[in-house]
Design a binder for this molecule. Structure first.
Ligand SMILES: C[S@@+](CC[C@H](N)C(=O)[O-])C[C@H]1O[C@@H](n2cnc3c(N)ncnc32)[C@H](O)[C@@H]1O
Length: 443
C-alpha cells in the first residue's frame, strides 16, 4: 500500500468506529480480514495512524475546526507527526486510493500557527475530567496529559528466578534493549515509526520463562509493595498474574503468595505463566464462579481460612485505567462518569475485604493504574476514615525501603505515590502502603 492509501484506510476505520462504537482493536481486526492484500507492515502502519489519531483527537479537531475522521487525521499528521502542509498535501492528493485533495480551508488551517486551545484540547483528554486532573497535576496538567498522549515503549521484566538482566540483555542484543531507568529488572524496546516493536513473545527466552512483558510502572508498583522473602502475601486482585509473578521473583520464591480474584475467568492465564516462570511459592485460590458475598452467597470465600493472617495484602484494584491511555488511547474517549463511580465502589469493597486479611503489624499495598484522585488519594482517605486501625506509611519511607529513593518526589497530598509518563516515563500508577497498627512495614 502507498502511504496515501494507508491514510485513506485509517480515515475509513475511524469513520467505522464512529458509526459502530466498538473497541478499536475489533475494527482493526475486521479491516485486516477484509483487506487481505495488506501485508503486516501495512496493517501495523494503518493501526498506528488510527491510534495516533485517537491520541490527538481533541487537539487535531481544534486545529482543523471540526472532529470528522478526516479532520482528526489531518490534525494528527500536523501536530502529532510534525508534517508540513506540503507533505500532507502530497498524501491528500485525490489520486487513486489517496484521500480527496485538501480544501483551501484545510490548507489554511494546516499552514497557520495552532490556535489557542482549552486545556482538554491541548492535553487531548475529555472535558469532564478537567477538574479532577487539574487537582492531580495543577500547573503541570498540560505537560502531563501531552506525555500521556504519546506512544509507549515496550518494557519487559527480567525473571530473576531464572536469569539476570545482564545475561538477558546479551541474549536479546539483536533487538537492541536498553535498561529501564528506574526498575532494576527491566529492559526497554522502542517501536519504529510505523509503530512496530519486536515480536518478543516469539523469542526462545520468552518461551523459557526468562522474562514477562510488563510496563516499568507496573514493575515499580510491585517493588513499592515492599514484599520481602519469607512473607505471607495475598494478591487479592491477581487477574492474569502480572504482579503475582513480579512478587514471586522479588520474594525469591520464599514465603507464600495466595493469588485470587473476584472473577475465576480472569485467573485463567495465570496457570501457564506460573509454569513458565518457575515460581514455586504461589498458591492459587480460584473461586467457584464469581465471588460476590452479597449477590451470590452460594459462592464460597476462597480465602475463608486466611482472615487476619497476611503480612501483605496487595490490592491491585479494578480502576478506570486512565494511566494506561498511552497504550489504549480509545479508552479515554469511551470512559463515562458512571464507570468511574462503579470502579470507586469496587475499590471500597476490595479495600474493606483486604482489611480483614491483614494481620496486626501487616500492611495493604493499594495500587491503581489511574490518575484520578477519586480512585487514589480519595479512596485511601475514605478507607482510613472507615478503618482507624490503619495508617499510611510516608511515601518517602516506602521509596527508601523499596530501594527507589528517586521516586520520592512523586508523593501525593495524602501520602501515596503517583507515577506518570511525564514524571517517570512509565504508565500512570498510584501506590499507597497502609500499615495495620503501629509496628510498620517490613524493611
Ligand atoms: C487491575 S486488574 C488486576 C491486574 C493484575 N493484578 C496484573 O498485575 O496483571 C483488577 C482485577 O481486580 C478484580 N476485581 C474486581 N473487584 C474485585 C474484588 N472485589 N475482589 C477481588 N478482585 C476484584 C478484577 O476481576 C480484575 O482482574
Amino acid at each position: 500500500m502507498t502511504p496515501a492509501a494507508r491514510v485513506s484506510a485509517a480515515i475509513a476505520i475511524l469513520a467505522d468506529l464512529e458509526v459502530r462504537r466498538r473497541p478499536v482493536n475489533d475494527a482493526l481486526r475486521e479491516w485486516g480480514q477484509t483487506h487481505r492484500f495488506a501485508g503486516s507492515r501495512d496493517r501495523a502502519a494503518v493501526a498506528t495512524l488510527v491510534y495516533d489519531a485517537l491520541r490527538r483527537r481533541a487537539s487535531a479537531a481544534s486545529l482543523l475546526g471540526g472532529d470528522s475522521p478526516r479532520a482528526v487525521v489531518l490534525g494528527m499528521l500536523r501536530l502529532g507527526r510534525g508534517l508540513e502542509a506540503d507533505d500532507i498535501a502530497r498524501l491528500f492528493s485525490g489520486e487513486r486510493f489517496a484521500p480527496e485533495a485538501l480544501t483551501a480551508d484545510e490548507r489554511g488551517r494546516l499552514e497557520a500557527p495552532p490556535p489557542d486551545m482549552s486545556a482538554p484540547a491541548a492535553g487531548d483528554f475529555p472535558d469532564w475530567l478537567e477538574e479532577p486532573l487539574t487537582r492531580a497535576f495543577g500547573d503541570d496538567l498540560i505537560a502531563e496529559m501531552q506525555a500521556l498522549a504519546d506512544r509507549a515503549p515496550i518494557d519487559i521484566r527480567v525473571n530473576t528466578l531464572k536469569t539476570s538482566r545482564e545475561a538477558l540483555a546479551e541474549a536479546l542484543a539483536h533487538l537492541s534493549p536498553q535498561t529501564t531507568p528506574l526498575a532494576p529488572d527491566g529492559l526497554r524496546f522502542h517501536v519504529d515509526a510505523d509503530g512496530r516493536g519486536p515480536a518478543l513473545q516469539a523469542e526462545p527466552e520468552f518461551i523459557q520463562g526468562l522474562f514477562e512483558v510488563q510496563d516499568e510502572g507496573s514493575q515499580l508498583a510491585s517493588r513499592l509493595t515492599l514484599a520481602a522473602p519469607g512473607e505471607q502475601v495475598i494478591d487479592l486482585c491477581a487477574g492474569a498474574g502480572g504482579k503475582t509473578l513480579a512478587l514471586a521473583a522479588q520474594m525469591d520464591n520464599r514465603g507464600q503468595i495466595y493469588a485470587t480474584d473476584i472473577d475465576a475467568q480472569r485467573l485463567a492465564a495465570i496457570h501457564a505463566r506460573l509454569e513458565r516462570s518457575g515460581a514455586r511459592n504461589v498458591q492459587l485460590r480460584v473461586p467457584r464462579g464469581r465471588y460476590d458475598p452479597v449477590r451470590r452467597p452460594e459462592v464460597a470465600d476462597p480465602l475463608a481460612d486466611l482472615a487476619a493472617s497476611a503480612d501483605l495484602v496487595l490490592v491491585d484494584a479494578p480502576c478506570t485505567g486512565t494511566g494506561t491511555w498511552r497504550r489504549n488511547p480509545d479508552a479515554k474517549w469511551r470512559l463515562r462518569p458512571g464507570a468511574l463511580k462503579e470502579r470507586m465502589n469496587d475499590q471500597a469493597v476490595v479495600l474493606d475485604r483486604a482489611a480483614g486479611l491483614v494481620k496486626p503489624g501487616g500492611r495493604i499495598a493499594y495500587v491503581t493504574c489511574s490518575l484520578l484522585p477519586a480512585e487514589n488519594d480519595d479512596a485511601i482517605t475514605a478507607f482510613l476514615e472507615r478503618h482507624d486501625e490503619f495508617s499510611i506509611l510516608s511515601a518517602e519511607d516506602v521509596c527508601r525501603q523499596a530501594g527507589l529513593p528517586d521516586l520520592a518526589p512523586c508523593a501525593t497530598a495524602a501520602g501515596g505515590l503517583l507515577l506518570t509518563p511525564h514524571r517517570t516515563e512509565t504508565d500512570g500508577f498510584y501506590v499507597a502502603v497502609l500499615s495495620n497498627g503501629t509496628t510498620g512495614a517490613a524493611g
